[in-house]
Design a binder for this molecule. Structure first.
Ligand SMILES: [Zn+2]
Length: 120
């Protein structure tokens, strides 16, 4: 067991147990492979997906991230862009959701994995 922190493991997308092995097979900005993960930790052999369909739970984490992102976007528009028309909010929020999709997708899976491996 290493002494690395949970936060650094999450930020670096590392295995929730050893915090050494990569979770994903490719970089975040390789959009075609953004979702492809290792089945097991290349370092400690931890099986990431406890059972098929395990990552449905990550949707709840993703929902929380999205809500936070939307609120921040709306706050910025309201306070720094003088409360523009509702269409501007809709387009901006859609754009932000698209731009942050890879980040949101990955971090919701990572956080979810850390949650399920912490509780076992
Ligand atoms: Zn590991």
């Amino acid at each position: 067991m290493s002494e690395k922190s949970v936060l650094s493991g999450i930020l670096n997308a590392k295995c929730p147990r050893c915090k050494e092995g990569d979770l994903f097979t490719h970089g975040m900005f390789n959009l075609k492979k953004v979702s492809s993960m290792h089945e097991k930790c290349p370092n400690c052999n931890l099986q990431y997906e406890k059972q098929p369909g395990n990552f449905y739970g990550a949707m709840y984490v993703s929902y929380a991230f999205s809500t936070g992102l939307f609120l921040v976007t709306a706050f910025i528009l309201y306070h720094f862009f003088n409360d523009p028309a509702i269409e501007v909010y809709l387009i901006a929020i859609l754009g932000v959701a698209l731009v942050f999709f890879p980040v949101n997708f990955r971090f919701s899976r990572i956080v979810f994995l850390y949650i399920i491996w912490k509780s076992s």
